[in-house]
Design a protein around this ligand. Sequence first.
Ligand code: PEP
Ligand code: MG
Length: 577
Amino acid sequence: MASMQVLQGLGVSEGVAIGRAICLETRNQEVYRFPLLDDQLEAEIDRFRSAAQEAQEEVQRLGRRVGHELGDELGGIFEAHSLMLSDPSLLGAIERRIQDEKVNAEWAVLETTADLRNRFASLDEEHFRERGEDLQDVGRHLLRALQGISHHDLSEIEGDVIVIADDLTPSDAVRLGRQGVVGFAIEVGGQTSHTAIIAHSLDIPLVAGLPGITRLAAQDDPVIVDGTTGSVILHPTADILERDRLRQTAQKASQRAWADSRELEAVTRDGVSIQLMANIDLSEELEDALRYGAQGVGLYRSEFLYIEQSPEVPDEEDHYEVYRRLLEKMAPSPVVIRTYDLGGRKLAREVMESREENPVLGLRGIRLTLARPRIFRTQLRGLLRAGRHGELWVLLPLVSTVDEVRSFRAFVATVMEELRSEGIPFNPQFQLGVMIEVPSAVMVADHLAREVDFFAIGTNDLIQYSLAVDRNNEHVADLYRPLHPALLRMIRRVIDEAEKAQIPVSVCGEMAADPRLASVLVGLGIRRLSLSPRRLPLVKEKIRAMDCSELARHLDLCSDLVSASDIERYLDRCGAL
Ligand code: PEP
Ligand code: MG
């Protein structure tokens, strides 16, 4: 029997999960050359043919999605790929290489596509260079199919499954969570990665930042994932299993007890009232928001509607129905619906097959939607129609310039005109706000405040972009410091500008979901917090125990301290947190 092994990572979605391991490699693997024996060649060619078939089906599926959503021109790229995947001259060349060089299919794909690309590149014409790029994509699809990393179907697995993976996209996490996975342990990732946020939304413990775990764990190993402490235990002893089962039961009981705090008001000891709203990513969280007494939805991440339905692309009715349900259930409280924040690490790469070197600084959020009006139009029609059923606030993500707000307004005007001419009822009135999550938005908050009705500070990205710390990178996770003086100054500045313009400002980043950090936000002057519904009771408890003016005084005294550590130490020493 293997001995127990304890690994320490970052606990990013709390709770204890106990189950059996499934190990997944999701990133492209290195391709090695394996010599084959004569009697293995036929099976290898068969394996290659099935992979080519699978790759072609995958490409056709992608093409349909992209064509439907982004237009035939982009969809046509996939048609070209699909043709290549059934082209006997390409497939035959790969098969011949397997046969002649007696090598594995992966190697033959890599070498053959590289050869052909070089030949195209030597022809000095744009058209041929583009075909060379297509070949590279086709090669990638073939390798993914050969390496079996395009799908993870867990429907045949019995019992509680813990997924151990090198990396997981947010859409992987949604899909696996919906298939009944009870815990995640992954090699990469940071505190506020979207995968962490999704695991939290699904109430599934996740530990990130565990380099090498996919090599240490084997299929079917017994595992405990503790997302509260950040530890992962492989082959736990019977005593440890018993201890963690008891902890699991205690956690579930305290979750049930939380619902009792529903009726309590979120008021500080010195009488400052705080509006606690819910962040909703997945449809199942709406019930939790109601159970824990959320005063409205402060952030609905609409891109997860896309991710939830993928590979189907939501149509206008899908948008309309989801928004209508949110608005009706929450009425008369406001529901802040953020327009698609796709791009970065959120799905768009899969949808668009875009080749951005640095997607987090690329076509993400409002930039992507303005650049692809077809995506936006469907969403906006759904939103405007749903606006008749409640208090709709519309929020734009990743705004970095006033121009984006103006472009949005112009675009909405055309969509309204369209609905009017079709005689479709909608509500032209809604509050329009922007996420403040890019340093440039902080610096022009005064200009933005004149253009919009509210601000929502997205601390997850504001920390990432202002401290230059990838929120998804475990190597710099210790530099991701919410109490960095730069961040506190930025938040103060945004609050000041919002106050001057007399518009509401909320915080909907993960800072609002951490009771200590939420109290700092309140001390700085924030009166509206939006967070994962299951964290509402904890944050409410903290608010009811704090003295706002005392903390505000301490924060003023901290304003000259030079680092996050100094600020933390000071606030801890004087018992302010
Ligand atoms: C944020 O950046 O703080 C935010 C709320 O948006 P998201 O986490 O979806 O990027
Ligand atoms: Mg953000």
